[in-house]
Design a protein around this ligand. Structure first.
Ligand SMILES: Nc1ncnc2c1ncn2[C@@H]1O[C@H](COP(=O)(O)OP(=O)(O)O)[C@@H](O)[C@H]1O
Ligand SMILES: [Mg+2]
Length: 317
């Protein structure tokens, strides 16, 4: 059974649709990628699932079910309880997610008290354990430090420690490595992978970088302008990318297996060059394979285990 099922998720800010009917699911212990350029709706999707969007001026519809339980209609205290113990989130920017004036130790023990009822020395011991678990050297000393005393990579480790403090069933990581340099990125990805392997935590990995997804995810969902345009097991997606947007994303990441002078091919235009999904394919203005058919109406999601939203592919299939 799916741990998390998101169906027809729509989020609008005033009149502006940010997420436009997103479907995906995460199975128990699975690593699922949500990939797309900046502005395509990744963060809004994850905040909606976590129940962290402001209520005022925001319209959320569709469903997010956790083990069959509809998260959008849970009473607030119940959702608060589940945040942390069932679902936890790691954000992109570790500095702004930590409280700058509170010692690292207190920020971890607070979570341990609230969700696991640990107090005093027991909580402190467990906090040190957690820091050790995420690869922070000299954990006992680190507990007494403030966020500014730690490097960016160490802060991200602290956030991961806080997120895993309650052994959540599902960890949502929203671009957890974007603010870090490349070697630290690799270490953090390794750490997340290790947590998944040893704790059996499911991971929803949100990133703009298909390279991050490659070694990590079982399933990948490619998002464009608020909709999933392609979804497949990772190996299948990399072997047979089908939607022109996915093909474009793959063409714009550096590859070690190509001749050194092979230029990278960025996707032309930007996510601002968009038409509404109701009128045709939102990617059409940037697509190299665009035809009149692409703007004659809404492309539907086709295919079985490997789905894609492209009228041309439908015609071929
Ligand atoms: N609080 C907000 N108010 C209005 N629009 C927003 C808000 N947050 C996000 N958006 C819009 O929703 C869209 C998706 O944003 P986001 O989910 O943050 O993108 P991503 O995480 O994929 O970069 C963007 O067009 C963004 O401008
Ligand atoms: Mg984002």
């Amino acid at each position: 059974m799916a741990l998390l099922e998101v169906e027809q998720l729509r989020v609008a800010f005033g009149g502006a649709t940010a997420v436009d009917g997103v479907d995906f699911h995460v199975d128990e212990g699975q690593v699922v990628g949500l990939v797309g350029e900046s502005g395509c709706g990744k963060s809004v999707t994850s905040l909606a699932v976590m129940g962290l969007l402001p209520r005022r001026g925001v319209t959320v519809s569709g469903e997010a079910r956790f083990e069959g339980v509809d998260l959008f209609n849970l009473p607030r205290p119940e959702m608060r309880r589940r945040r942390g113990s069932d679902l936890a989130m790691v954000f992109q920017d570790p500095l702004s997610s930590l409280n700058p004036v509170v010692q690292i130790g207190c920020q971890i023990t607070e979570v341990l008290e609230r969700h696991r009822g640990l107090r005093g020395e027991a909580a402190r011991k467990e906090a040190a354990n957690l820091l050790d678990r995420v690869g922070i050297p000299d954990p006992a000393r680190r507990l007494g430090e403030y966020p500014h005393q730690l490097s960016g990579g160490m802060r991200q480790r602290v956030l991961i420690a806080i997120a895993v403090a309650c052994a959540p069933r599902l960890l949502i990581a929203d671009e957890p490595t974007t603010a870090l340099d490349v070697t630290i990125q690799a270490q953090i990805l390794e750490l997340l992978k290790d947590l998944v392997d040893t704790e059996g935590t499911a991971l929803l990995m949100i990133t703009h970088d298909l390279g991050v997804v490659a070694g990590l995810c079982h399933e990948v969902n490619v998002l464009y302008s608020g909709r999933v345009v392609e979804s497949a097991p990772a190996g299948e997606l990399f072997a047979r990318p089908t939607h022109p947007y996915t093909v474009g994303l793959l063409g714009s990441i550096p590859r070690l297996d190509l001749p050194i002078h092979e230029p990278l091919k960025p996707i032309r235009g930007s996510i601002a060059d968009v038409i509404r999904w109701n009128d045709g394919c939102a990617f059409a203005p940037r697509c190299d394979r665009v035809t009149e058919k692409c703007v004659e109406g809404e492309p539907t999601l086709a295919g079985g285990a490997h789905t894609h939203r492209c009228v041309m592919e439908e015609a071929i299939a």
